[in-house]
Design a protein around this ligand. Structure first.
Ligand SMILES: [Mn+2]
Length: 424
């Protein structure tokens, strides 16, 4: 009995401002279907976060529709649970109808989990579908009707204790939770929605299951034993995932004590590249790079002062491959540039902060007209209160740096780039 364990597809997601659905995600679906043809699994398990948002864009809906239709055409059983990014009701829409096509989508949580036995050689396997849970949901009268469940761990254990699991047979749990292994946290990336310390369930809560197909954490990894695993997200959804494997997880169950986990490489439309250096170095690297369309590129600028037109120059050299420019301020660069000391630490008012930031960005102080413009906007802002925004686009109220970025953008017709200060 073989199945692919995938999770965190996040159809509809963008990498910074690059839409991925009709390009990278659609390409991945085709490659995945080819892998299904090659390895002929009996089932495909999708452990939550099918979509990136509760109300997915039409192209994301179409892509999942296509994936399910093609898997059904190939006569594979499909098991799907909603993740924290999905709307359970929207995802499980027409789920009863789909069971006749061997597509099983977990409905809203009840006292008994949806479970289905796949008859296969040499062992039958029962798949248990646990939709994303939180303690209040499990405690609710429609589920366990208990008032003694305060943690995720307690809630998960209580719910699983309530199931009639034949532990002599093979059982697979599909779940989308923040799982610890004996107090050890999973390795995170920046593309997950995880609040530190929230929602933890220890892997020992799943001891009754022979394999636990997890979603939620975007780095593929095992949690404790080899058969409690996060599949990881199939594509790079953040530059912090650089260097991580995006291979598929193929699980073969020959019996309770004979479970094999294999990693299957799958081609991606784009790989990630990251270049770090001062503007001249970045421009030289970009000029030397020949196969730019194979990559999504992030440039990390280390100059103490950002040279004028840095972003336009990088765009000219890297073209569409450049998806993000980030600025890193190290202790060395900060020592070279007095303006990088936080303005608040120097007791400056907002107008003075503007002037300094402008000088730091442009290499010169704002002229009289620009100063008057800044003053007028600040006055308007304080008169109209926090809801004030100009006609064209909302201006972030709390951060004067972003407001100046906006002004620069309006005056130059270019987009502001990300500017992040990180003193390691
Ligand atoms: Mn996710």
């Amino acid at each position: 009995m073989k199945f692919f364990h995938i999770a965190d597809l996040h159809f509809g997601k963008m990498l910074h401002n690059v839409p991925l659905t009709e390009t990278d995600q659609a390409y991945w679906v085709e490659q995945f279907l080819q892998a299904v043809d090659t390895y002929e699994p009996d089932a495909v398990v999708i452990a939550g976060d099918i979509y990136d948002r509760r109300v997915p864009p039409p192209e994301a809906l179409k892509l999942f529709d296509h994936l399910l239709t093609e898997l059904s055409r190939r006569d594979r059983s499909v098991f799907v649970i909603p993740g924290n990014h999905d709307s359970t009701v929207r995802l499980s829409h027409v789920h009863e109808l789909l069971t006749s096509h061997h597509i099983y989508i977990a409905d809203e949580l009840g006292p008994e989990l949806t479970h289905v036995t796949v008859h296969a050689e040499p062992a039958d396997v029962t798949f248990w579908l646990l939709p994303y849970l939180f303690p209040r949901l499990v405690a609710d009268e429609r589920v366990l009707n208990r008032d003694d469940l305060s943690t995720y761990d307690e809630a998960a254990r209580a719910l699983l204790d309530n199931q009639h699991i034949d532990t002599a047979a093979c059982n697979v749990l599909v779940a989308h939770q923040n799982v610890l292994a004996g107090g050890t946290h999973p390795e995170h990336s920046e593309s997950e929605t995880i609040i530190g310390g929230v929602g933890e369930i220890d892997a020992s809560a799943f001891d009754a299951f022979d394999y636990v197909a997890l979603g939620h954490i975007h780095n593929a990894q095992q949690m404790g034993r080899e058969t409690v695993r996060y599949a990881g997200c199939p594509l790079y959804y953040d530059f912090s995932e650089l260097g991580r494997s995006k291979a598929l997880t193929l699980v073969t169950i020959n019996g309770k004590d004979d479970i094999q986990v294999e990693k299957i490489d799958i081609p991606l439309l784009h790989e990630l590249r990251q270049f770090t250096g001062c503007l001249d170095e970045l421009l030289a690297e970009g000029t030397a790079l020949t196969d730019k369309d194979r990559y999504y590129i992030q440039c990390i600028l280390t100059d103490p002062y950002v040279p004028p037109r840095a972003l336009e120059q990088l765009r000219e050299v890297y073209g569409d491959a450049l998806v993000n420019v980030k600025r890193v301020i190290t202790q060395e660069t900060a020592a070279d540039n007095p303006y990088l000391t936080p303005a608040a630490d120097r007791g400056l008012n907002t107008e003075e902060q503007f002037s300094l930031f402008y000088q730091e960005q442009r290499g010169e102080l704002p002229d009289g007209t620009q100063e008057r413009l800044i003053r007028r906007i600040l006055e308007q802002q304080s008169r109209r209160g926090s809801d004030w925004a100009p006609d064209v686009k909302a201006v972030p109220q709390e951060d004067s740096r972003e407001l100046l970025d906006y002004l620069l953008e309006m005056s130059q017709g270019t987009c502001p780039h990300e500017s992040e200060g990180q003193v390691p």
